[in-house]
Design a protein around this ligand. Structure first.
Ligand SMILES: [Zn+2]
Length: 87
């Protein structure tokens, strides 16, 4: 019964309830799953965070200049602009 959404990293479809909802607020990308924040949302598997960074999925989805708050990887923040594959 849950709506189907596409993960921005792996592009696989999944039930909305199994994905994290992300929204850009100012220059930050935050977890907007609960409470459900208004705004342009995107969906991501919790396990796909690193893949999303590697594929620049956040920048592609939300545009440049945003920072992903450390919700997934031990509290680190990630500059979306940075390229983890740069070296
Ligand atoms: Zn995924």
């Amino acid at each position: 019964m849950s709506p189907i959404r596409t993960c921005i990293a792996c592009r696989e479809r999944a039930e909305q309830g199994s994905l994290i909802r992300l929204v850009r607020v100012g220059d930050r990308i935050v977890d907007a799953t609960e409470p459900r924040l208004a705004g342009r949302g995107a969906y991501l598997h919790r396990d796909c965070f690193d893949l999303a960074l590697a594929r620049h999925a956040f920048r592609r989805t939300f545009g440049p200049g945003a920072v992903v708050e450390g919700l997934f990887s031990g509290g680190e923040s990630h500059e979306v602009e940075a390229s983890p594959a740069a070296r």
